[in-house]
Ligand binder design. Structure first.
Ligand code: F6R
Length: 609
């Protein structure tokens, strides 16, 4: 939610910042802005819409500098307007601030600033108070003014600040919103996320909570809350710049669907030993720990929550421990039975989702062992967990999650198999048979990728539908939820997923002539029941698109169209079965002319409650 970039060096700050913002547009894209130091002033250009609008607003060749900050916004306080866009300035225009997060006490601060300092606010944002606070505290030392301002602020923030009185300094602060500092040669950077900097640096500092970072073109100094200098290890980014580019694909989402065989292979290769054993780097669960767990909670949001639903099946089946799955925004407001015999698993691509983070903190406070399944290295969820299982999917840029989801599934399977074999629920032979099947999945996904054109043709025929139901049983039910979310978030079609057995308890009332029903029928032991559910909707005139395993041809007599996935053990079908649904959502959205990588009202990293 919101992306920030800052640069100081000898290059073109405008070019570097705008390019970085484009890489962060997935974080928010309702308005954008930039502040550059030019001729003794901090000059701001900002506007509503995409970064391309900002490019035009800042096109003037005279408008450039060696230092600046930029922002791409996902509105929280105040509508997406030119005035509310960041950067925000103090009254004199000497300070400019970009901000990602929420200042919870902004109303009190605003009142205080107006009353005591006669400040008139021009925007409706919480961020503007930061610029004014820094402005009133400025007494010849920007770092000191920022420290004093931050002391007054409550909430979550990553901020970047420049000041016309100190054109050789950029100051940034992190609390509960991501921030990194990029280490260049004769130049330095700040950003919300790595893709913004990949073109320029591979060495970064991961800034921790409550830290302030002061950048000149040659130095980066990190301070803790007590203003003491802290040393930080350099983090080496292993991705290449191309992994954050579209590489010829029309959209990031399509590229990321195609990335899946490689991403899954990476997740597996890092964990599977040649003899079939599972080595979980970053996880220190001993056999004793595993035997001691009386229950597992899996908590996440959106797509990651859907991965948790499959995780429940896997852990209960392979490790025989009862599992509860909850959406993070609900978990923290109940009275969950969490104690020191609870394993709490947080799943999050970004590792910055505030609801997930808050649930994790709640579980930790109640004594749980906290393990996270995370994609973004060094993110808040990862850092606050006892054990971290990185999914190693590489950067996921499209707002709609694809490869992060399938690697989350692989991670949950590996975890469940590891726990099961440590507990003795699985013999080494059973475990090896299952891990061998997992190893075969990348090739199966590659086969499904060849169905792209076939699924595009199905989408072409159906993209005008206004309502879609997804149904399934067992793990297929969880995959239905994901297929439905994918479709609605990028195509804006009203789509709804329901356990196939639940249809007759209400939802079937909505099924009529030509209603589109996507039916997942990959589970052998539930196949007959699923067939009955398909017949129920067919009897009411539904148009049924089914997903089934290749060797199961019986559906052809019942469904209007069947998409086949390669045969696979029933436990693992959620991974291949979701890929046709990702393609379907993608092509439907494309035919409807939607902005696939940046759907309306959404952002990639949801750092507000
Ligand atoms: C949907 C999607 C979202 C995220 C959710 C959690 O395609 O991407 O539903 O899954 O916002 O985000 P993370 O995984 O970053 O915690």
């Amino acid at each position: 939610m919101c992306g920030i970039v800052g640069y100081i060096g000898n290059g073109s700050a405008k070019e570097i910042i705008i390019d970085g913002l484009k890489k962060l547009e997935y974080r928010g894209y309702d308005s954008a802005g930039i502040a550059l130091y030019i001729d003794g002033e901090v000059q701001v250009r900002k506007c509503t819409g995409r970064i391309s609008n900002l490019e035009l607003a800042a096109a003037d060749p005279e408008y450039d500098s060696h230092i600046g900050i930029g922002h791409t916004r996902w509105a929280t306080h105040g509508a997406p307007t030119d005035v509310n866009a960041h950067p925000h300035s103090n009254t004199e225009g000497t300070v400019a601030v970009v901000h990602n997060g929420i200042i919870e006490n902004y109303a009190e601060l605003k009142q205080w600033l107006s009353k005591e300092h006669g400040i008139r606010f021009v925007s409706e944002t919480d961020t503007e108070v930061i610029a004014h606070l820094i402005g009133i505290y400025y007494d010849g030392d920007l770092t000191d003014a920022v420290f004093r301002a931050v002391d007054m602020m409550r909430g979550s923030y990553a901020i970047g600040v420049v000041c016309s009185h100190e054109p050789d300094k950029l100051v940034a602060v992190r609390k509960d919103s991501p921030l990194i500092a990029g280490i260049g040669k004769g130049c330095n950077f700040i950003a919300s996320d790595i893709p913004a900097l990949l073109k320029h640096v591979r060495e970064i500092y991961l800034i921790e909570n409550n830290e302030t970072v002061v950048l000149t073109k040659d130095h980066i100094t990190i301070y803790n809350q007590n203003r003491e200098e802290v040393k930080r290890d350099v983090f080496h980014v292993t991705w290449d710049a191309a992994s954050a580019e579209k590489e010829g694909y029309e959209h990031f989402m399509l590229k990321e669907i195609y990335d899946q065989p490689k991403a899954i292979e990476e997740t597996l290769n890092r964990r599977l030993l040649p003899d079939g054993r599972i080595r979980l780097d970053g996880i220190n669960l001993t056999r004793e720990d595993i035997e001691n767990f009386s229950r597992v909670y899996i908590v996440a949001c959106g797509t990651a929550y859907h991965a948790g639903l499959i995780g429940k099946y896997a852990i209960e089946k392979f490790a025989q421990i009862p599992v509860e799955v909850d959406v993070a925004s609900e978990f923290r407001y109940r009275e969950p039975f969490v104690d020191d015999r609870t394993l709490f698993i947080a799943i999050s691509q970004s590792g910055e989702t505030l609801d997930t983070l808050a649930a994790l903190r709640e579980a930790k406070a109640r004594g749980a062992r906290v393990l996270s399944v995370v994609n973004v290295v060094g993110s808040s969820v990862a850092r606050e967990s006892d054990d971290v299982f990185y999914t190693w999917a590489g950067p996921e840029i499209a707002v709609a999650s694809t490869k992060a989801y399938t690697t989350q599934l692989i991670s949950m399977y590996l975890l469940a198999l590891h726990m099961g074999s440590e507990k003795g629920c699985l013999t080494p032979e059973q475990r090896n048979e299952l891990t061998a099947e997992l190893m075969g999945l990348p090739a199966k996904i590659s086969q499904i990728l060849k169905l792209d054109a076939e699924i595009e043709a199905i989408a072409k025929q159906l993209y005008m539908k206004t309502q879609v139901f997804f149904i399934g049983r067992g793990t297929d039910c969880a995959v239905s939820y994901e297929g439905s979310l994918k479709l609605k978030e990028i195509s804006y079609i009203n789509s709804f997923a329901v356990a196939a057995g639940e249809l007759k308890h209400g939802t079937i009332a909505l099924v009529e002539q030509d209603t589109l029903v996507v039916a997942l029928a990959t589970q052998g032991k539930l196949f007959k029941k699923m067939l009955s559910n398909i017949q129920e909707v067919k009897a009411r005139g539904a148009y049924v698109v089914a997903v089934a395993q290749e060797s199961c041809k019986q559906l052809e007599a019942h469904a209007d169209c069947v998409i086949y996935i390669p045969d696979c053990r029933d436990e693992f079908t959620p991974i291949p079965a979701v890929v046709p649904l990702q393609f379907f959502a993608y092509h439907v959205a494309r035919f409807r002319g939607c902005d696939i990588d940046k759907p309306k009202n959404l952002a990639k990293s949801v750092t507000v409650e």
